[in-house]
Ligand binder design. Structure first.
Ligand code: NAG
Ligand code: NAG
Ligand code: NAG
Length: 283
């Protein structure tokens, strides 16, 4: 049966061969494609899970909550590379805005802050894992391509993020565990980029830009017994991320140390009196 392929040459095959030849004539010489020309993002997805934030009151020292996950994934194809070149394709994330307030009745509030963002010294702080700068991670989050390659490659790069913090029932600057926490409010914004970066030259190509936000409001009645204190208020479901139609450039501080985890400080902001630094930044 296989001979029929040759005797019965299909018009489609001839058309494909002709088209390839035309491509070479039109571009004068068949120059090897640049990496950008070789790369196609076949599909990109971004979402926040629909489950509401869950609250855990099992500890007498802290309230814990777990927000739904932000997830981003992309299917990428890279056609054969003629040059000797190494590229990494993956996710970079930065925090653009952070409000994270824990109110203790009329006594005051504690808040996690990024001082450079708060003082508008920078518009973004890296959210790298702290090891693989500038990347968000180096397992599913990145993929390395080493040219020259003969074959096309297809791969998936994906990442996820959520918040799982502990907030003390008692005022952080006091030795007492007496529950005084009355509410938790959080509003954070992030930009997440799908990027290809040349390992030797650091040439950076932004492929997609995603914006997302996580908002949270928990009301707490500290006079109630443990297990009955906290109530999740609106928004129960999060706004869905936006994949921008026009990419945004990556600001320098989104690529460099320190990351948000190392830059954040915990402040105690009493209703009257001066603020106190409870936990200093690691860097
Ligand atoms: C994107 O989402 C669709 C629908 O859920 C799914 O079928 C597809 O595999 C996803 N693609 C990627 C790259 O994650
Ligand atoms: C991820 O980073 C760790 C720590 O730097 C390194 O040991 C490991 O080889 C990296 N893995 C990949 C797949 O790049
Ligand atoms: C690429 O970036 C890394 C990390 O910031 C830096 O150490 C290196 O010198 C840069 N290389 C070039 C060629 O700019």
């Amino acid at each position: 049966m296989r001979h029929s392929v040759f005797t019965n040459r299909s018009p489609t095959l001839i058309a494909v061969l002709f088209f390839h030849a035309m491509g070479c004539i039109q571009s004068i010489s068949c120059k090897p494609k640049t990496f950008r020309e070789s790369l196609v993002v076949l599909e990109v997805n971004a979402s926040i899970d629909s489950n509401p934030t869950s609250i855990d009151e099992s500890s007498s020292v802290v309230l814990r909550y777990r927000t739904p996950h932000f997830r981003a994934s992309a299917r990428v194809q890279v056609s054969s590379l003629a040059r000797k070149e190494t590229w990494i394709v993956g996710w970079i994330q930065a925090c653009n805005h952070m409000e994270f307030f824990n109110q203790y009745g009329s006594r005051g509030m504690s808040s996690w802050e990024l001082p450079d963002l708060r003082e508008k010294k920078t518009q973004a702080i890296s959210d790298s894992d702290g090891v693989n700068y500038p990347w968000y991670g180096n397992t599913t989050e990145t993929h390395k391509i080493e040219g020259p390659t003969k074959k096309d490659s297809k791969f998936l790069v994906s990442m996820n993020d959520n918040f799982y913090p502990s907030v003390t029932w008692g005022i952080p600057v006091s030795a007492s565990n007496v529950a005084q926490l009355t509410s938790i409010r959080r509003d954070q914004s992030f930009t997440t980029w799908l990027v290809a970066m040349n390992q030797a030259t650091n040439e950076t190509i932004v492929l997609h830009t995603i914006k997302w936000r996580m908002r949270l409001h928990i009301d707490v009645d500290p006079s109630k017994p443990l297990g009955q204190r906290a109530k999740l208020l609106e928004p129960i479901a999060q706004e869905q991320p936006q994949i921008l139609s026009q990419n945004e450039p990556i600001p320098p501080h989104a690529m460099l140390k320190p990351n948000a985890n190392d830059a954040q400080v915990l402040m105690w902001r009493p209703t009257s009196g001066d603020p106190i630094v409870v936990i200093k930044p690691k860097q």
